[in-house]
Each structure stands twice: as C-alpha cells, then as structure tokens.
Write a protein that binds this ligand. Structure first.
Ligand code: B4P
Length: 194
C-alpha cells in the first residue's frame, strides 16, 4: 500500500498514519517528524528549518524533496509507505509524481482528512498545553491554516483532477476516523474494529 494523507495542520494525519502503519505493516513517513528530528539533533538543516517551522512557514521544497528521496531509497520503503505532510504545495506534488514514476512505485490512494478550522485550533491548543510545540501556539496555528489554504489546498485539487482523491471526515473518535479511511482504501473493506 502506497498512500498519501492530506489535511490541514492538526487534522490528524500523523495520528491516523501511526495506526495505518501498524495495520498494513508499512512505513510511516512524516516530513514534520523528519524535520523535528533534524532540529533535535542540531544539524545544519535542523537549525535552518527550526526558525521556518516555528514561524508556521513551509521549509524549502528542495530540502524536503532530498529528505523524502533519501528515505524512500531505504530498503524498508519497498513494502509500501504512508506519506504524512508531503506534498504540501503544487511544486512538491509534481516532484512526488516524478519521483514515484522514476522509482516505479505509483500511489494506491490519496486521502484527505477534512476538519473545520475551529476544531483544529482547539486540538492544537490542547497539544500546545501538553507538548509546548512552538508552532502550536494559537497565532502560529492561524498562520499555518492560512498557508494551508493558499498552498496545500490546491494539492487536493491536483489529485481530484486525476480521479485519485478520497475525502474523509476527520472529526470524531480516533477509531471512527480510522474506519472511515479504511473504507475508502482499495482492497480493505474489513473495518479495523470489528
Ligand atoms: P506536521 O508535523 O506535518 O503538522 P501536524 O500539526 O503535526 O499535523 P497532523 O495533521 O499530523 O496532526 P496530528 O495527527 O499530530 O508539520 C509541522 C511543520 O513542519 C509545518 O508547519 C512545516 O513548517 C514543516 N513541514 C512538514 N512537512 C513539510 C513539507 N512537505 N514542506 C514544507 N514544510 C514542511 O494531530 C494534531 C493534534 O490533534 C494531536 O494532538 C492529536 O492528538 C489530535 N487529534 C488527532 N486526531 C484527533 C481526533 N480525531 N479527535 C481529537 N483530537 C485529535
């Protein structure tokens, strides 16, 4: 299974990808997590990315493509993957299409999690209180939602025009959302919870 999960920041891409990864025994590639690991390790890339992320902006496309390409080249990606957080703009969507064509790994599905802005703001407030992630502070979340509307929302149209987009309601209990995703994936009619 090769899957792209789309959705606004805080829509639950990371949460659901972690569950689907276990279900299918495939890799979960979160570009946000890859970047946060670089920040934590204090690499040159991480130092550059930190300021951009903390301000709620997108990190440069060439950096992201290089990270993704390196991760997909590792042997554990051959069984399949869930991309969480990539692509985030049309340049990245084109780059991904070329990369996957080149390595002969076409996507099986693209799923967009839909969650209203006010719900997202509430979720990020809760996470900000617990984890103190700088980009979850309310002002930065607003900025991230603006960037999502400007740059990432067109990515859903990109896949819709190709007839590949499945839209799933991302509001509800975690199990409910997982079951809704499973219901739209090819070859997975059995629900995870019974
Ligand atoms: P991400 O790491 O991708 O953003 P995220 O907020 O973690 O989104 P996600 O949708 O995964 O939310 P989650 O499941 O955690 O990006 C962070 C930054 O990295 C970006 O702003 C950007 O700077 C940079 N970046 C990443 N990829 C990039 C790219 N391709 N190009 C350029 N820059 C890039 O859920 C959020 C919260 O909601 C959690 O606390 C969770 O517990 C809760 N939640 C989830 N589902 C719920 C549900 N059903 N009900 C209630 N709460 C729920």
């Amino acid at each position: 299974m090769r899957l792209v999960l789309l959705g606004a920041p805080g829509s639950g891409k990371g949460t659901q990808a972690a569950r689907l990864k276990d279900r299918f025994g495939i890799l979960h590639i979160s570009t946000g997590d890859l970047l946060r690991a670089e920040v934590k390790a204090g690499t040159e890339l991480g130092l550059k990315a930190k300021a951009v992320m903390d301000a709620g902006n997108l990190v440069a496309d060439d950096i992201l493509l290089g990270m993704l390409e390196a991760r997909l080249a590792q042997p554990d990606a051959a069984r399949g993957f869930i991309l969480d957080g990539y692509p985030r703009n049309l340049v990245q969507a084109d780059a991904l299409a070329s990369l996957l064509q080149r390595i002969g790994q076409p996507l099986d599905a693209v799923v967009k999690l839909e969650v209203p802005g006010e719900t997202i703001i509430g979720r990020c407030e809760i996470r900000f209180a617990k984890e103190h992630r700088a980009d979850d502070n309310p002002e930065t979340v607003k900025k991230r939602l603006e960037i999502y509307a400007e740059q990432t929302a067109p990515v859903a149209n990109f896949y819709a025009q190709k007839g590949e987009l499945k839209i799933v309601n991302g509001v509800g209990e975690l199990d409910e959302v997982t079951d809704r995703i499973l219901a739209v994936l090819p070859g997975t009619s059995a629900a995870i919870n019974g």
